[in-house]
Ligand binder design. Structure first.
Ligand SMILES: [Zn+2]
Length: 315
C-alpha cells in the first residue's frame, strides 16, 4: 500500500501555547493555554488503554472521502495494526476519526479509534467506539467496539494521531464562551496556519466538551446507491443531531496541506451517555466549555491516497 512520509514543522510547546492563547482569544471569551503534565488518561472520562499521548507523535491520513463518494469503494478496508507498522511505530497508541470497519460490521458507521496496537509486548487493546443510526427510532446508537468484535479494522478514510501512549508534557487548552464564528478545532487550525504560514504544523490529542451542545452527524449504515455529487447531496444523505455534553472528542488537524490531498481537520467523539458522532460545532456559544490536551506531530504519513479526488464532503 502506498505510503508517503513528510516531516512537520514542530514548534516548542511553550511557543505553541503562546500562539494558541492569542488566536483562541479572538473566538472565545475566556482562554487559558499552558504546558502541563498529561493527565492520567486511563481515568474517566477518557478511560484510554494508555496513560498519555506522548512519544514519537505522528499523524496518518488513510484513504479519503473519494473512497466513500460519489459511490463507495468497498475494497478500501484497513487494519490499524498494519498501519502502526507503516508509520514505523508498532505498538502505537492511535486516536482519531474515520469510518468503521465495514469488513467486520457489514455496514457503514462513524468510528472513534482508541487503539493500542499489537507489539512484541502484547496483542493490543481496542478501546474504540462506533456510532450508527438506530433503526428503531432514528437516534444515535453508540457502541464499544470490543463488546462484540475482536479485530483492529477501519475502512474508507481515517485521520489518526499516533504516539507511544506515554505520559509527558502536553498543551492544555481551556476555552469558554464562544464569541466568534469558528468551531474550536477550526479556530486552533487557522491560528496555526496564520502564524506558521507555509510551514505545516499538525496536532492531535483529545478534548472534552464540558458544557453545552454540539451539532453532529452520523453516516447511514447503507451507502448511497445513487452518486453523491455535491455537498447538498451529502447533507441529504447524512443524519444530523444535536448532542449534549459531556463529550470526549478525538481531533486531528493540520495547519496547511503540504500537497497530499489532506482533510485538514476531522473530529469524532464519544460519551458515557450513548451519544457519539462527527463534530461540526457547538450550538450553545454562551455556555460552551472546552478542555483539551494536545501535542504537535513530528511526522505526517499519507497512506493509500486516492488518485482521483474532489473537494465535496470534507466538512
Ligand atoms: Zn467524520
Amino acid at each position: 500500500m502506498a505510503c508517503a512520509e513528510c516531516p512537520f514543522h514542530v514548534p516548542s510547546l511553550e511557543e505553541l501555547a503562546g500562539v494558541m492563547q492569542k488566536g483562541l482569544k479572538d473566538n472565545f471569551a475566556d482562554v487559558q493555554v499552558s504546558v502541563v503534565d498529561c493527565p492520567d488518561m486511563t481515568k474517566e472520562p477518557f478511560a484510554f488503554p494508555v496513560k498519555g499521548i506522548c512519544g514519537k507523535t505522528r499523524i496518518a491520513e488513510v484513504g479519503g472521502v473519494p473512497y466513500l463518494m460519489p459511490l463507495v469503494n468497498r475494497k478500501k478496508v484497513y487494519d490499524l495494526n498494519k498501519i502502526a507498522k507503516e508509520i514505523k511505530l508498532p505498538g502505537a497508541f492511535i486516536l482519531g476519526a474515520g469510518a468503521g470497519p465495514l469488513q467486520t460490521l457489514g455496514f457503514n458507521s462513524e468510528f472513534m479509534p482508541i487503539i493500542q496496537t499489537e507489539s512484541e509486548h502484547g496483542p493490543g487493546v481496542n478501546g474504540s467506539y462506533f456510532a450508527c443510526i438506530n433503526p428503531a427510532d432514528g437516534g444515535c446508537l453508540l457502541q464499544k467496539y470490543s463488546e462484540k468484535y475482536h479485530d483492529f479494522g477501519c475502512a474508507l478514510l481515517a485521520n489518526l494521531f499516533a504516539s507511544e501512549g506515554k505520559p509527558g508534557k502536553v498543551i492544555e487548552v481551556k476555552a469558554k464562551r464562544r464569541t466568534g464564528p469558528l468551531n474550536f478545532v477550526t479556530c486552533m487550525r487557522q491560528t496555526l496556519e496564520k502564524h506558521y504560514g507555509d510551514k505545516p504544523v499538525g496536532m492531535g490529542g483529545t478534548f472534552i466538551i464540558q458544557k453545552g451542545k454540539v451539532k453532529a452527524h452520523i453516516m447511514p449504515g447503507e451507502f448511497s446507491s445513487c452518486p453523491l455529487n455535491s455537498d447538498e447531496d451529502v447533507n441529504n444523505w447524512l443524519h444530523f443531531y444535536e448532542m449534549k455534553a459531556p463529550l470526549v472528542c478525538l481531533p486531528v488537524f493540520v495547519s496547511r496541506d503540504p500537497g497530499f490531498d489532506l482533510r485538514l481537520e476531522h473530529t469524532h467523539f464519544f460519551s458515557n451517555h450513548g451519544e457519539g458522532g462527527h463534530y461540526h460545532y457547538d450550538t450553545t456559544p454562551d455556555i460552551v466549555e472546552y478542555l483539551g490536551y494536545f501535542l504537535p506531530a513530528e511526522f505526517l504519513y499519507r497512506i493509500d491516497q486516492p488518485e482521483e479526488t474532489h473537494s465535496i464532503g470534507r466538512d
